[in-house]
Structures are given as structure tokens and as C-alpha cells.
Design a protein around this ligand. Structure first.
Ligand code: M6R
Length: 612
């Protein structure tokens, strides 16, 4: 899940490529590189680590040239060092690649037998050598690229440039997205339209199996059968602005603070607050609006935090709409050969809308004739474009790799959908609907109040810093929320964290408890609060250090002096997961800041995971 860029331009392109790569750094930041052609000479600059290192290198050693390709890397094959950084060269060919070439070992062995020498450990380098082999065999550049593309299996978005033709980039897509931008006498390509937003908003998306011949004033697209095809040109709404951190130290903190506003915006899309009714707005290209009353099953598929939003929503759909829900991580779902119900709905949740496993799950459901729905933050994403019903989150661009506002906005959409489903299926009467809508309307206000607890949460976070392990416990919807808490802490602070359903503790994990084990318990005062208190007693009896997140009633009733308590405002049950997500996020954030990790770009991660 790297980011790729290409420009066939009329001005020096290296600075433009770096500018576009900045917008793609969310896809990986292990290394970056740019190659250009100037007077028949192919040259490149590459640097380990973040884009800023490449920028420094270009400052001391600039690249000229009016055609170029660039890359920001999330390492899959080969360590994140300079020799593995893209672009990769072979003779007069330069290649950048996003994805995984699954048959690269066989290809590499064959190419080595033909005398090609490899400089890197990447899967990508085989592409450069294959194209060069095609050229040596006498094929014209486009045909040499096509010859190479046909030999590849796996997922890839590619751009290929040729030393002897400074008016040609060949691009190909098989899986990861690829946008072609149309300029004034210039053409661009990028992993998404936002990367190209400073140059153009006129975008053509390649479809799976397509490959394209891109020249300054001409774009020709071929489909997987080699037929020239027309793909629709669209006007992108991607913003050219690079979002900044405002007064905040990190994007993550800014995004945590944006939540009251963006939760409100998102809810306003699905709730008529005047009429106090759910008013689901389906943004899909859909003649056949979603009718939950006709469904007998819902299967939800997603990854990471989006999966946990789906997991939490299972409780809502089953409780309020009496609709059975299957929930899977997409990497398992796609290979599990799940039987799907004829009257089922398949729902995919994804911030980026490009996650490879989630997209593969969607394809499986499509092949099995399912009705497809998506909750996405990026409206133009592949998952959105491939779904019948689309319910966007209105979180705005999320830059921090750790998902925060996208998660709470996903919950806002899911709560609205679950209530709407309950109404359509006759399990929520008008009075109950009004009550639940009033509760949803309060979520932004409570989220705002909770932000005021930051200093207190920061102090507690310092007690977690440098611990080896942390446990998170919760019951009911607080169980997936506990999983989200553990995921946030792991990815940001690199502390090992696990979540358990509180009642499950005694079936094994309790053996982990000793004086060194902090245990974060999420337990608003609800009908099963007492049960969770019993589990906390079991932890306290074994010396575990408890941080309890509850409300005033819970704090008054818990009766455990040894527990440290974050007291949340009392609020209606349906919105507790949305609002309780905030202290969980702040706890992980401040632990990480205290430990000095890279909060916005934690090690080994990328924002958008377009490989499986
Ligand atoms: O873009 P998506 O929502 O499909 O991404 C899914 C996960 O990769 C993502 O939620 C990941 O788990 C986050 N880093 C968690 O903070």
C-alpha cells in the first residue's frame, strides 16, 4: 500500500511529484523516491524514511526533467532501506508500484537465468526487468510494458517510464486504485485523486485489468482483453488543500477534538432532528432503496478499527432491529467461503474505502449476488463506487494513522442505520424512535464535555506508559470498545494490549493479573454494571491496577478505593459507545506522547492498506 505518482508535464516535475507524494504519505512512509528523464538521461533520487528525507536530498541534488514518476513506500518485500526504495530501474526503464507481485519469485528466477542482475529484494524489480526484456526483444515501449503486465499475478498499480520516450508513461491497475488526471497539455497519474488535486480535478479511474498509455495530450485505455475502452471522466471533489494541524501538537489530537463537530455533521445526514425521525440518506447510485424489512441477515465485513465499529453495531442491529448479524474481519471473510443468505445485505465499513481485504470481501459478495452497502469516509473510493447503497461518514480527511473521528462517525452512521432498521422492521415504535433520536442529538454535546477531561486522562495515561502489558475489559457494546482501546494503545505506544469480554476473564486471562498489570474497564452504569463490578473485584483481589471509565452512578456504586476512575457524564445508553470512545483515544494518545513514539505515523503502519 504504497503511493504512486506520475506526470507527463510541460514544466520541471520533481517538485510537483513531491507535492503529490505528500498527499499520499498516509499510504506508507518507509522510503520515498522520484525519477525523471532529462535529455535522454534517466535519473533518480531515493531516501529511506519519510518524504522529508527525499525532499532534503532533492534540495542538495535537484532533478530536472518534464516527465517523472514518484513513490512513497510501505515495505512488503525487502527492508525499508534505500536500495529497496522505488523507482526501480532496469536499463532504460523505471517503475513504481503499489501492491504485491505474487509470482515474483518465479519471475525473478527466470530473469536471473536470462542474465538480469537484481539490485533490490523487492517484488517490484521484476517488473522493470520484464519491461526491459520486452524492449530487448524488439517490442515498442507500450508493448514491452504490456508484455510485462501480462506476466504478473497479484495486486498492482504500476507506472512505467522509458528513457527513450519522454512523452510516455504506461500505467496499469489490477486491484489497488489508480486515478489518471487530465491537465492543460499535461497528464498525471496518482494512487488517488486527492494527490492530483493541485493539478486537476478532471479524473479518469482505471478499472481492474486496465492498462493505459499516457502522453501529454492523449490517454488511451485498454481493458484486460487488450480492447481500447472509454472510461468516464469525472470531476473530483478532492480538496487540494493539505490539511494542517492547527494549534494541535498532532493530527491525532486535532482529530480527537474535531469529533463533536463531525459526529454532529454525520448524524445530520441520517437523522431529521426537527421531525425527530431517522431519515437515512443513501448516496448510492441506487434505484432500489434499502429496505431493512426485507432482510433476513446482515453480514458486516471490515478491518481494524472499522471492523470494531461493525462488531459494536452487531449489538445494536440485533437488539433494536432483531436482525441477525455476522461480523468478520475481511482477511478471514474473503477466504472462508461463507454461505450468504438470498435476502441478505452485505455491509462494508472502511475509512479509506480502499482496504484490499475489505474490497476482496465485497467482490465475493458481489459474485454471490448480494445487495452491497458501504460506510466510507472517502466518497470517491473504490468500495463506495462498487456498492449499491452508500452511507458516507462526514468526518473530513483523517490524517493520523490511528483512526479516531472516522470510528465515532462510523458508529454514528451505524446507530442511525440500526434504529432505522428497527423502525422499518417494526421493532421500534414512533415514541421509542423519538427518544432514540433525541439521544443521538445529544452525542456531540457529551463528546464536547468529555474533551474537558483531557488533563485528568493525561495523568492516568502516564501510569500506563512503559508498562509491558495492559488489559481492557468491557461487556456488551463496551467489549468491542475495549478491543478498540487495546488496538489504539498497541498501535500508538507499542505496549502489548489485549481486550476481553469482562465475563471471559475467569476462563484464562485472569492468570495474567498481578501488581504490574493495569486493567482498563469500560463500564457505564447499565443493567449489567454489577456483573462487571464483580469482575473488577476479581482483578483487584489479585493486585491488578484498575482504571475504570464510568458515569457518576457507576463511580458512586463501585465501592473500590483502589480503582482510579474517569467519571463521564450520565447519558442515554445508545450513545455511550460513541462518547466513551473519546477517553479511550485520549488515554492511548497521551501514553504514546509520554513515551515519545511517532503518534501520527506509528512504526510499521500505513493509513490505507491496499495489500492483503
Ligand atoms: O481504511 P479502513 O477503515 O478500511 O482501514 C482499516 C484499518 O486498517 C484501520 O482501521 C486501522 O486498524 C487503523 N490504523 C486503526 O487505528
Amino acid at each position: 500500500m504504497c503511493g504512486i505518482v506520475g506526470i507527463v508535464g510541460t514544466r520541471p516535475v520533481a517538485p510537483l511529484i513531491v507535492d503529490a507524494l505528500k498527499r499520499l504519505e498516509y499510504r506508507g512512509y518507509d522510503s520515498a523516491g522520484v525519477a525523471t528523464i532529462e535529455s535522454g538521461v534517466l535519473d533518480r533520487r531515493r531516501a529511506e524514511g519519510k518524504l522529508v528525507n527525499l525532499q532534503d536530498r532533492l534540495d542538495t541534488s535537484p532533478l530536472s526533467g518534464r516527465i517523472g514518476i514518484g513513490h512513497t513506500r510501505w515495505a512488503t518485500h525487502g527492508a525499508p532501506i534505500e536500495i529497496n526504495a522505488h523507482p526501480h530501474f532496469s536499463g532504460g526503464v523505471a517503475v513504481v508500484h503499489n501492491g504485491i507481485i505474487e509470482n515474483f519469485r518465479d519471475l525473478r528466477a527466470a530473469l536471473e537465468a536470462d542474465g538480469f542482475v537484481f539490485d533490490s529484494q523487492t517484488d517490484t524489480e521484476v517488473v522493470a526487468h520484464l519491461v526491459e526484456k520486452g524492449l530487448r526483444d524488439g517490442l515498442p515501449p507500450e508493448e514491452a510494458a504490456h508484455y510485462a503486465i501480462q506476466k504478473l499475478s497479484g495486486a498492482f498499480a504500476l507506472a512505467v517510464m522509458f528513457k527513450n520516450d519522454d512523452n510516455l508513461i504506461v500505467a496499469a491497475r489490477n486491484g489497488p486504485p489508480l486515478a489518471i488526471g487530465h491537465g492543460q497539455g499535461e497528464m498525471y497519474l496518482g494512487s488517488d485523486a486527492v494527490a492530483l488535486a493541485p493539478f486537476t480535478n478532471r479524473i479518469t479511474y482505471l478499472e481492474d485489468g486496465d492498462w493505459a498509455v499516457i502522453r501529454r495530450d492523449e490517454l488511451t485505455i485498454f481493458d484486460e482483453h487488450g480492447e481500447a475502452v472509454k472510461r468516464q471522466q469525472q470531476l473530483s471533489v478532492g480538496s487540494a488543500l493539505l490539511v494542517d494541524k492547527g494549534n494541535h501538537r498532532h493530527f491525532m489530537l486535532k482529530e480527537i477534538y474535531e469529533q463533536p463537530e463531525v459526529i454532529g455533521h454525520t448524524l445530520a445526514n441520517y437523522v431529521d432532528f426537527n421531525a425527530e425521525k431517522i431519515a437515512l440518506r443513501d448516496m448510492g447510485d441506487n434505484d432500489n432503496p434499502l429496505d431493512f424489512a426485507k432482510l433476513d441477515r446482515l453480514n458486516i465485513t471490515a478491518c481494524g478499527t472499522a471492523y470494531l465499529a461493525g462488531y459494536l453495531a452487531k449489538y445494536w442491529f440485533e437488539r433494536h432491529a432483531r436482525l441477525p448479524v455476522d461480523i468478520d474481519v475481511a482477511s478471514e471473510f474473503r477466504y472462508r467461503e461463507v454461505p450468504l443468505s438470498k435476502n441478505g445485505l452485505s455491509l462494508f465499513i472502511s475509512q479509506s474505502g480502499e482496504t484490499a481485504d475489505t474490497l476482496a470481501g465485497l467482490k465475493y459478495c458481489e459474485e454471490h449476488g448480494q445487495k452491497l452497502a458501504a460506510i466510507v469516509n472517502v466518497r470517491e473510493s473504490t468500495i463506495a463506487r462498487s456498492s449499491h447503497s452508500v452511507f458516507p461518514t462526514l468526518a473530513g480527511p483523517e490524517i493520523g494513522v490511528a483512526s479516531t473521528k472516522a470510528f465515532t462517525c462510523q458508529l454514528a452512521v451505524l446507530a442511525s442505520l440500526a434504529i432505522g432498521a428497527g423502525v422499518q422492521r417494526g421493532h421500534i415504535d414512533p415514541a421509542a424512535e423519538t427518544e432514540m433520536v433525541r439521544a443521538l442529538a445529544e452525542a456531540p454535546r457529551y463528546a464536547n464535555e468529555v474533551l474537558k477531561l483531557e488533563d485528568e486522562i493525561k495523568d492516568l495515561a502516564h501510569t500506563l506508559a512503559n508498562k509491558q502489558h495492559v488489559l481492557y475489559l468491557g461487556r456488551d457494546t463496551n467489549y468491542p470498545l475495549a478491543m478498540e482501546g487495546a488496538l489504539k494503545l498497541k498501535e500508538l505506544s507499542y505496549i502489548h494490549a489485549e481486550a476481553y469480554a469482562a465475563g471471559e476473564l475467569k476462563h484464562g486471562p485472569i492468570a495474567l493479573i498481578d501488581e504490574e498489570m493495569p486493567v482498563v474497564v469500560i463500564a457505564p452504569h447499565d443493567r449489567i454494571f454489577e456483573k462487571t463490578v464483580s469482575n473488577m473485584q476479581e482483578v483487584a483481589a489479585r493486585g491488578g491496577k484498575i482504571i475504570l471509565i464510568t458515569d457518576p452512578k457507576g463511580a458512586a456504586e463501585v465501592g473500590m478505593d483502589e480503582a482510579k476512575v474517569i467519571v463521564m457524564p450520565e447519558m442515554p445508553e445508545i450513545i455511550t459507545p460513541i462518547v466513551y470512545a473519546l477517553p479511550i483515544q485520549m488515554l492511548a494518545y497521551h501514553t504514546a506522547v509520554h513515551m515519545g513514539t511517532d503518534v501520527d505515523q506509528p512504526r510499521n503502519l500505513a493509513k490505507s492498506v491496499t495489500v492483503e
